[in-house]
Design a protein around this ligand. Structure first.
Ligand SMILES: [Zn+2]
Ligand SMILES: [Zn+2]
Length: 242
């Protein structure tokens, strides 16, 4: 956490220092960056974190770690140490700097130091906001209530959006944005718990009186969707508390 804070602070300070030379016309970088970041956040989450593709570390940490630890009905961390199961490791910010450095160099050459500062500020702030939002979604409800967030309609919408993503039966299909669900809207993967329940209930209704009760049932929301034998200790620690 300290290393993450120091890196983020250094990035923000450098960005702010450079941004002193920015012009008003450089501000187009902010919405452009946020739109591209929203799409990137969506694609990495959907394609790499929920599929066992290279680099499998992302799938292992996210699907087998984070989703095994937190289900839609057990979103809260049990101790502050469990933030490790929510937040990315500190060096992910270092990798982020390395990954965005070529864009910063291009921005410097094409648009100058002021625009590069705006780019850096936007990039680091949105990264920190992403991590902060995700951490908030997993804080104890008592803490969120004390912060007044549960009464905030915008936060409630975003919280419910991510909570529904933690439903094991839906995690590979819906609600991949952690920040604003713009890309979820573009790719038609935006779903609320209410619309999902209604569609499920319609599917379960037998055409006539005969038939089974549907394919749902107790297993639908549980670990059968994770399958992998790895990281079982997380599930035990989180979901089999005395
Ligand atoms: Zn989460
Ligand atoms: Zn996920």
């Amino acid at each position: 956490m300290c290393a993450f804070g120091a890196l983020a602070g250094a990035g923000l300070a450098t960005g702010a220092w450079l941004a002193r030379a920015a012009h008003l016309t450089d501000l187009w970088i902010v919405p452009a960056y946020l739109l591209i970041a929203n799409l990137t956040e969506y694609l990495i989450h959907r394609l790499l974190m929920h599929r066992p593709l290279w680099p499998r570390t992302l799938y292992r940490n996210h699907t087998l770690g984070h989703h095994r630890a937190f289900h839609h009905d057990s979103m809260e961390i049990a101790s502050w140490r469990e933030l490790d199961l929510v937040m990315m490791p500190w060096f992910s910010l270092l990798l982020f700097f390395v990954g965005t450095a070529p864009v910063a160099v291009l921005a410097w050459r094409a648009l100058g130091p002021g625009a590069t500062g705006v780019f850096m500020l936007t990039a680091v702030l949105s990264f920190v906001l992403y991590e902060g939002m995700h951490a908030l979604y997993h804080l104890p409800l008592g803490v969120l209530a004390r912060l007044g967030l549960l009464d905030n309609g915008v936060f409630r919408f975003l919280y419910d959006h991510h909570r529904h993503h933690h439903r094991l039966a839906r995690m590979r299909w819906t609600n991949f944005n952690i920040s604003l669900p713009l890309s979820d809207g573009w790719f038609r993967s935006l779903e609320t718990e209410t619309t999902w329940r209604e569609a499920r209930d319609r599917r379960r209704q037998p055409p006539f009186s005969a038939g089974s009760a549907g394919s749902g049932g107790a297993g639908e929301d549980r670990g059968q969707f994770l399958g992998d034998a790895g990281l079982d200790q997380i599930r035990e620690r989180r979901h089999q508390k005395p």
